[in-house]
Design a protein around this ligand. Structure first.
Ligand SMILES: Cc1ncc(COP(=O)(O)O)c(C=O)c1O
Length: 390
């Protein structure tokens, strides 16, 4: 029995996933397998660090120090063979906050921002809220049911003089695709050529499955590093999203200065005390827990593949190279997203993310979060079958 088999109720904890179904889906009695957090407790070392910080009892202003920088440096070196200088690190409560600050800092109203849909929806929603124009470099599905980048279209969009920022998701949410070093080099070189900055959201980069490795875009070469803002966080990796602590890595001094000025403008210069404690403990002591987690997630991926292949053969499962979000292709059912959503909620009592939320080319897909016990996953799969079996 794995520690991740334990089912712990998250109801009545103000959990977005478990306590807000009524607000979000209009129904209460559904199994939630949508928002990207896990149903697992954080590593014990993180919980212990939080306990001792709480026991201290004094919660005045705090600021992450050099020990945090060292913890991040060591983590990136150990897990991704990436050497960074401690001085490039700055902090953010969340990656969406960092994204919003970067748009504010590095672009102006009416500028263009390129995203690769289907993609984590705040990339385009936040951009629009800033009154910047979103250009969609749609990802293409190849014959192996894998997303590829349309580089011709990407270059056309990057070469538009109004394009100032490209937002990359590496690894990619919702597909779990990890961009290869070659792809990253091409992306980076195009952005260098056309003078476009890159925000690389690498929040899922620690959740590497099936022996896949990940290359941080900023590690490809110095020119690319110079135009890249990288966002990392322990929030997905160790299930700490509610503690709101992330890091933003900017090597280029003048970009970092501009970003820091924008943080100051909005009073977002530090992160909360408990988030700091959790982040440092996770990066310093969370490795064994993470290794165990990855094995459990791989088993869950295999389980969902097998189940769907057997019971719902019209649905295609995209095997993730990273993270715990499964992209399901339900287009062969020939139903609209609304019809599918209705069937899932009313017949299956199951809440998933509809693919169209990730961009128009996500229509007909579903995103299922499998970071839960096998018992919960089995329950979810049975509900999926009840909802969608012909
Ligand atoms: C790609 C990506 N970026 C950012 C976030 C959210 O980050 P945060 O909670 O730190 O704002 C998510 C959450 O699902 C995500 O998938």
């Amino acid at each position: 029995m794995s520690r991740f088999d334990q089912v712990i109720s998250r109801k009545n904890t103000n959990s977005v996933k478990w306590d807000y179904s009524k607000n979000i889906f209009g129904v209460d009695d559904v199994l939630p397998m949508w928002v990207a957090d896990m149903d697992f407790p954080a590593p014990e070392d993180v919980i212990d660090a939080l306990h001792s910080r709480v026991d201290h009892g004094i919660f005045g202003y705090t600021m992450p120090g050099t020990s945090m920088e060292k913890a991040i440096q060591k983590w990136l070196k150990r897990r991704h063979n990436w050497d960074i200088d401690g001085k490039i690190v700055t902090y953010s409560p969340g990656i969406v906050t960092a994204l919003s600050l970067a748009i504010e800092a590095f672009t102006s109203e009416e500028d263009h921002v390129v995203v690769q849909s289907p993609v984590y929806y705040p990339f385009f929603e936040i951009t629009k809220k800033h009154k910047r124009k979103v250009l969609y470099n749609e990802l293409l599905l190849n014959n192996d049911f894998r997303y590829e980048i349309d580089f011709l279209d990407l270059e056309e969009k990057l070469s538009n003089p109004k394009t100032k920022l490209f937002i990359l998701c590496n690894p990619h949410n919702p597909s779990g695709r990890i961009w290869s070093k070659d792809e990253l080099t091409k992306i980076g070189n195009l952005c260098v050529k056309h003078n476009v900055l890159i925000l690389s959201d690498d929040i899922h980069s620690d959740l590497l499955l099936f022996n896949n490795s990940y290359t941080p875009l900023a590690s490809v070469n110095e020119q690319i590093e110079n135009i890249t803002i990288t966002c990392i966080a322990p929030s997905k990796t160790f299930n700490l999203a509610g503690l709101q602590a992330s890091a933003v890595l900017i090597s280029n001094d003048s970009l970092k200065r501009k970003y820091n000025e924008t943080q100051q403008k909005f009073g977002l210069i530090t992160i909360n005390t408990l988030g700091q404690e959790a982040m440092e403990a996770a990066y310093s002591h969370g490795e064994n827990w993470l290794n165990e987690l990855l094995i459990y997630l791989e088993e869950n991926v295999l389980l969902i593949e097998k189940y769907i292949h057997k019971h719902l053969p019209d649905i295609k499962v995209m095997r993730p190279e990273s993270t715990y979000l499964i992209w399901l292709d339900a287009r062969a059912l020939n139903k609209s997203d609304d019809e599918i959503k209705d069937l899932l909620l009313k017949k299956g009592k199951l809440a998933l993310e509809p693919g169209s939320k990730f961009g128009d080319n996500g229509a007909g897909f579903l995103r299922m979060n499998i970071a839960c016990s096998k018992k919960t996953l089995q329950d979810g799969l049975e509900r999926l079958k009840i909802a969608l079996k012909k």
